[in-house]
Design a protein around this ligand. Structure first.
Ligand SMILES: Nc1ncnc2c1ncn2[C@@H]1O[C@H](COP(=O)(O)OP(=O)(O)O)[C@@H](O)[C@H]1O
Ligand SMILES: [Mg+2]
Length: 203
């Protein structure tokens, strides 16, 4: 797919600021694609942060290809943009009534992600979880993510720590959205997590 082809039937759903990408819904034969694109950022940001973010996120989506609960990667358009499956649906809302199964599904998606050596690191934001029209859960936004090689010192020592950060993010989200569903164990884990997070540099 060429850049000229995505201009037709394009609707910008979110305009990125600073170096962040725009999110464009693009109409194609047989449906829609979501295109994440930094082309409209200024020259400097596009060629630095922009190119880096797109490359990094595309690599992670590609690594997660075939996994349930992730929009499927479709194509790298050029160095500034990539296309993925468009998920018709909506982001999570604060205080919305969710079945308890929602969080076990989220945990399952997170486990699958971790099984592929990827950590998400931005789960606390409701906007990074979509609920499709069919009620399925999707994890999106791998801008803050890391993918670890199978072997190596980082996988061995840093990966377990970051997996734990992801679980903390999940609990934080649960506390915000469905506090009534939290078990006493989860509450005490979250408390512990928050205590330790105060020492964390990426707050
Ligand atoms: N594949 C997708 N299908 C449908 N909507 C999406 C998709 N990817 C992103 N979005 C929408 O765009 C918003 C921002 O996307 P996200 O990947 O989180 O970008 P950012 O890096 O700017 O936070 C999401 O909250 C969601 O509403
Ligand atoms: Mg986001």
């Amino acid at each position: 797919m060429k850049r000229e082809e995505i201009q037709k039937g394009l609707v910008c759903l979110t305009r990125g600021n600073f170096g962040k990408p725009d999110l464009n819904r693009v109409e194609v034969e047989g449906g829609f694609l979501m295109v994440k694109d930094v082309q409209r950022r200024n020259f400097f940001l596009r060629w630095t942060l922009g190119v880096w973010l797109i490359q990094k996120e595309w690599k992670i989506y590609s690594r997660l290809k075939g996994m349930r609960g992730i929009p499927q990667p479709v194509e790298r358009i050029d160095r500034f943009a990539f296309a993925m499956e468009f998920i018709p649906g909506r982001p999570l809302l604060r205080g919305e009534a969710l079945p308890p199964s929602f969080f076990s599904e989220l945990e399952k998606a997170l486990n699958d992600l971790h099984a592929r050596g990827v950590v998400h690191l931005d789960l606390r934001h409701k906007g990074n979880i979509l609920i499709s029209e069919r009620g399925e859960l999707f994890l999106i936004d791998f801008n803050s993510s890391f993918g670890f090689k199978e072997k190596g010192i980082l996988r061995r020592y840093l990966f377990p720590l970051l997996r734990w950060v992801d679980y903390g993010g999940l609990l934080k989200l649960k506390e915000r959205i469905s506090p009534d569903l939290m078990t006493p164990e989860e509450r005490s884990s979250l408390k512990q997590f928050n205590r330790i997070r105060k020492l964390w540099i990426f707050n």
